[in-house]
Design a protein around this ligand. Structure first.
Ligand code: PMP
Length: 443
């Protein structure tokens, strides 16, 4: 009807045109998504790319909005409990800016050269020493500097995952990783998370049945739940990976941000046969604007990832790599982390206190022992996508749980980040969310 109006032709002509397109194989319908006109015939596309590829292209479009959740902080809302970035006031910006100035005056050529594709050697050496203090063993030759850990996930996916390959993820999980694996056309299977991390007995079943290529996990201060995977489960996952010869991505954005005792040993340190690809982003502890992370892996796996990095961007920018070296290698880094832990613990405690005093009794959470987020579970009939609309009217954002599920979505959770807003903003934001929850539950 719309088309017939727009084109000024009769409805019968439009219907006939659609029937002809359908007959000729230019139309396809996907349940729950709608009807689409293709530029090439279905059979031709399938012959060329395989059926999965076609489904995959649709789902990429479908899932693009998911990564947009991460952009909430760019909308004009006042209180961003959706963003698990760090409050800029808690990061050493001034020092890094001075370092960049110093570098320009002493070594202006820094902009007129390519660095090593693998990353600046001095930074790789600095990261080896930094990681050693966290008991993550590696060497400069096994480190690849990436543009944030997001690029690390992408490099692994584009190197080892093709359409139809099985990838196991936690449910819920980090939305940015879901987008990457979806974008590769992976078949994503999920394993629920409890306070000890991935439910190992369920993972075992999936591995026996489907032989995944990759297990993606955030074992320490899991995003979004804050869970810490137990040492026992870390070992069990590695055993499983060894038995089915699959790779494990250990994504570790913030294991430094612990509020009680240090978290268990990294999976990388427990890995004896090179199944773990370890990712350490520096965005949550140092400077997201530098876009620096590292990937640590070994053997032929490392070589293939290095080739992928070369194909992608010929190496990360030298300027920001060099700018952070003096900070990381000095005592300042450890002092800064201590201060960051103290400041974030105060904010976490504040949020937990408001929640325990003001949220309805139907709402539950477990206490995150580190990291940046509190994950709330509401009664199953409350949809946090809808609650978000109400929160935005109050100029407040949170991350609705639906963004964090690769397959069957659960809509009755939400993630509150306590890392980006100051104490006054947290008080106002969390109090308002508690009031909204009271009203939603009372309905
Ligand atoms: N992994 C996880 C678990 C994250 O939470 C994030 C950022 N929110 C990233 C990867 C990407 O971080 P970056 O690329 O800035 O290092």
């Amino acid at each position: 009807r719309e088309l017939s109006k727009q084109l000024g032709v009769s409805l019968v002509t439009v219907v006939k045109a659609y029937q002809k397109l359908e007959h000729d194989g230019f139309i396809t319908s996907v349940q729950g998504k709608g009807t689409f006109i293709r530029k090439t015939k279905i059979e031709e596309a399938e012959k060329k790319e395989g059926t999965l590829l076609y489904d995959w292209q649709l789902s990429v479009q479908d899932y693009l909005p998911r990564s947009q959740f991460a952009r909430f902080h760019q909308v004009p809302e006042k209180i961003h409990l959706s963003s698990n970035m760090i409050d800029p006031g808690l990061l050493p910006n001034r020092y890094l800016v001075q370092e960049i100035h110093r570098m320009f005056s002493e070594d202006p050529k820094v902009l007129s050269q390519y660095g090593e594709i693998q990353g600046d050697r001095a930074l790789r050496q600095a990261m080896v020493e930094y990681l050693q203090r966290m008991d993550v063993p590696t060497s400069p030759d096994n480190i690849l500097v990436t543009s944030g850990s997001q690029q690390g996930i992408d490099l692994v996916a584009r190197t080892f995952v093709g359409p139809g390959d099985v990838v196991v993820m936690e449910a819920p999980t980090y939305p940015g990783a879901i987008d990457v694996f979806r974008g590769r056309g992976a078949t994503i299977l999920t394993v629920p998370v409890d306070s000890d991390g991935m439910r190992i007995e369920l993972l075992q079943n999936l591995c026996d049945k489907y032989k995944p290529k990759i297990i993606y996990t955030v074992p320490t201060f899991h995003n979004p739940t804050g869970a810490v995977m137990s040492l026992k489960r870390r070992r069990q996952i590695l055993e499983l990976a060894r038995s089915i010869q699959c790779l494990v991505i250990e994504d570790d954005p913030c294991s430094e941000i612990y509020f009680e005792k240090k978290p268990p040993a990294s999976m990388k340190s427990l890995d004896q046969d090179g199944h773990v690809i370890y990712l350490k982003g520096l965005s949550k502890i140092l400077a997201p604007g530098c876009r620096i992370g590292i990937l640590a892996a070994s053997g032929s796996i490392f070589k293939r990832l290095l080739a992928a990095k070369a194909n992608t961007d010929l190496g990360s920018p030298l300027l920001t790599q060099k700018a952070i070296i003096p900070f990381i290698t000095s005592k300042r880094m450890m002092d800064h982390l201590k201060k960051l832990r103290t400041a974030l613990k105060i904010r976490r405690d504040l949020v937990l206190e408001i929640l325990s005093q003001q949220s309805p009794e139907e709402v539950s959470w477990f206490i995150p022992k580190g990291g940046l987020n509190v994950w709330l579970t509401l009664p199953s009939w409350i949809n946090t996508d809808h609650l978000l609309i109400e929160a935005k009217k109050e100029q407040i954002t949170f991350l609705p749980g639906s963004a964090c599920y690769p397959t069957e979505q659960e809509n009755h959770h939400l993630r509150l980040s306590f890392s980006y807003m100051n104490e006054q903003q947290l008080t106002q934001g969390v109090t308002t969310i508690c009031n909204l929850l009271q009203s939603a539950i009372a309905l």
